[in-house]
Design a protein around this ligand. Structure first.
Ligand SMILES: C[S@@+](CC[C@H](N)C(=O)[O-])C[C@H]1O[C@@H](n2cnc3c(N)ncnc32)[C@H](O)[C@@H]1O
Length: 222
């Protein structure tokens, strides 16, 4: 049985079936694989799955190891994507390893439900890749921290992302204070969360990987 789990490369498998599916690529998936194997991570969480590419990598890695489960959360407007996560997971035969939720308001509300029953909703890993503003990412981190086991890992994507570069056509409110509006557009808001909330937290050991991933590991004795 063990051989069956190790007989395929989980990342090459996803790439062979979906060579062009955005957004994550194989190099970052290899980093996930390293973290999952090195730290023996089993119950994984993802905030922002889009079409399910990174979820596919994580689910495939868990399947290759024969353990764990991936929980992925996005907005209701991710459902009409072609393909959407359901189609991707079905085609890759990963539905036993991945559960996904479409939210009306935010992943923050799903995390509220998880916190209502934390005994059923603890995680060893979180890929935080959605809602890249201070309020959402910051509160997301605080909530995930409550659900993360000691030794667990949080990966913050897009440390260098700004609204100005990422979505210049911004659907954001036009703030009357121009100085604030500029700050809002130009601040690296995920990086602010990583620096001000994760790096300053004595329960976490943090590193920056590949320039734009912030990796925060909760200490075993925290
Ligand atoms: C960069 S994409 C995720 C890409 C995916 N992780 C991958 O690598 O294939 C960001 C996703 O976050 C979702 N998102 C943004 N804000 C969100 C929120 N507050 N709650 C849930 N999902 C959110 C968006 O709908 C989008 O699909």
């Amino acid at each position: 049985m063990e051989n069956e789990h190790q007989s395929f490369d989980p990342i090459e498998y996803v790439d062979a079936v979906y060579p062009d599916l955005p957004m994550m690529g194989a190099a970052r998936a290899r980093k996930f694989e390293q973290l999952i194997v090195d730290y023996d991570l089993k119950d994984t969480l993802e905030l922002g799955f889009y079409k399910g590419k990174s979820s596919a990598y994580i689910g495939s890695i868990l399947k290759s190891l024969g353990r764990g489960h991936h929980t992925a959360i996005d907005m209701h407007y991710a459902e009409p994507h072609e393909p959407n996560i359901e189609e991707v997971m079905t085609k890759l035969e990963l539905t036993d390893y991945v559960t996904w939720y479409y939210e009306q308001q935010s992943y923050l509300w799903r995390l509220m439900r998880f916190l209502e029953k934390p005994e059923d909703n603890l995680f060893d890993f979180c890929y935080l890749d959605g809602g890249h503003v201070w309020d959402i990412t910051g509160f997301g981190f605080m909530l995930v921290d409550r659900l993360l086991r000691p030794g667990g890992v949080i990966v913050f994507d897009d440390l260098d992302w700004t609204i100005e570069v990422g979505i210049p056509e911004a659907r954001w409110p036009k703030y009357p204070d121009i100085d604030f509006r500029d700050r809002f557009m130009r601040t690296k808001q995920v990086k602010k969360v990583f620096e001000l909330l994760a790096m300053s937290d004595q329960n976490y050991e943090c590193e920056i990987w590949n320039d734009d991933w912030g990796i925060a590991r909760k200490k075993e004795n925290s």
